[in-house]
Design a protein. Structure first.
Length: 388
């Protein structure tokens, strides 16, 4: 039996420019998620730790960051757990590669001849790990964009150097019309023909497990979410390869290591009484590990006055990050309109006509501005005070 932990897309050193002052904290969260992956591997007494690309967010990282990684790899080596790493597309194996600039094996305090930490490169496309009866393969290119599929004409079904044949690729599984422009693309047909027992993938940040022919493959996803839409991130995969009744079996189990959560909330403007009530309702969700993305939708009452900047500022201390988007629209006038020869009647008819023209022309921005003009105008004509 072979037990391995599969991770990828750690993206250590990511800038997180969208998080503002929280960017530094999020970079530390990413390292802590990586560290929790190491601790899980130690606790589960696994045999093999796989990092399927983009361990680093770029090839430009301070030495201290690489040293932190090397110290974690040393912990695995001390427990006789073998680690295999492949470069990705962010930390590509080009001339400026971080794996060329820094010797991770030496920094982990290991001799050059060790098999406890291996980085697969164009010069070393596979490694035989005899103590755990496994071969790990990859196809790494010296450029970020692959000149061809790394699984093109790849078939290791007759490789008898070890019982278990494990593959690692950082790239996208082909989805016509969606992945055509990706840097590295493979197909399910190529996976099915590979002869592997398990293919560990990186590049997609949401965990997912699938099968092509008789081959099990999976994306572990990012161990700590990197963007708002990564609802299946924050995980690593524990993979067990076994022989049952003379037949090889592979089972994959998800484990959560990330802390950051992302939540999208759609609010109907009809359910919002005023700005203080909105802020109080959202503050009830307070969580320092939560990135909250709020959208106000539907039709808004003329009297509902909201300031998105004020809302985000008021709620910022309650969340890791909070974003508010006001997508609600002002309704057109209902019922009988004031007479056309009155100021109110002329105003409403003229503005609503311009709204119709803008919407017919597909000019959503102008239509939105005109709807706001309509709302403010109706308030002023009704005798309300309006703050601009």
């Amino acid at each position: 039996m072979l037990r391995l932990l599969h991770t990828a897309d750690v993206h250590l050193g990511a800038r997180h420019s969208d998080l503002g002052e929280q960017a530094t904290a999020q970079r530390e969260r990413q390292f802590l998620a990586f560290q929790r992956s190491i601790e899980l591997a130690l606790a589960e007494h696994i045999d093999l730790f796989l990092i399927a690309g983009d361990l680093f967010d770029s090839n430009t990282q301070p030495r201290r960051s690489v040293e932190r990684v090397a110290a974690e790899l040393r912990r695995l080596a001390q427990a006789a757990i073998r680690t295999v790493i492949i470069p990705g597309t962010h930390d590509a194996y080009d001339r400026s590669s971080i794996y060329r600039a820094h010797d991770l094996v030496a920094m982990a305090g290991l001799p050059a001849t060790t098999d406890l930490v291996t980085i697969l490169t164009p010069e070393q496309p596979d490694v035989v790990l005899r103590p755990i009866d496994a071969v790990v393969y990859s196809r790494v290119f010296a450029t970020r964009r692959a000149p061809r599929s790394p699984l093109a004409e790849f078939d290791v079904s007759k490789d008898d150097r070890a019982t278990w044949r494990i593959g690692m690729i950082h790239g996208a599984v082909s989805i016509p019309g969606r992945t055509d422009g990706d840097d590295v693309v493979i197909t399910t047909a190529e996976i099915a023909a590979s002869g592997l027992d398990y293919l560990a993938l990186g590049h997609w940040h949401s965990a997912q497990v699938a099968r092509a022919g008789k081959i099990d493959y999976a994306y572990s996803g990012a161990p700590e979410p990197v963007a708002v839409d990564q609802d299946r991130a924050g995980k690593v995969l524990l993979v067990t390869c076994n022989v049952v009744g003379g037949r090889k079996t592979v089972t994959v189990e998800e484990r959560t290591v990330g802390r950051t959560r992302f939540e999208k909330v759609d609010l109907d403007a009809r359910d919002v009484a005023n700005q203080p009530a909105l802020i109080d309702g959202l503050r009830a969700r307070a969580d320092p590990d939560l990135v909250l993305d709020v959208r106000l939708t539907g039709l808004r009452a003329d009297e509902l006055d909201l300031d998105g900047t004020e809302i985000e500022t008021a709620l910022a201390p309650s969340f890791l990050k909070m974003r508010f988007r006001d997508l609600a629209v002002t309704p057109l006038s209902e019922g009988h309109l004031p007479p056309v020869d009155t100021i109110s009647g002329a105003f409403v008819r003229q503005v609503e006509a311009r709204i119709g023209e803008a919407e017919t022309a597909g000019d959503a921005e102008s239509a939105g501005e005109l709807r706001d003009v309509l709302r403010l105008g109706r308030l002023l004509l009704a005798g309300h005070e309006v703050t601009l």
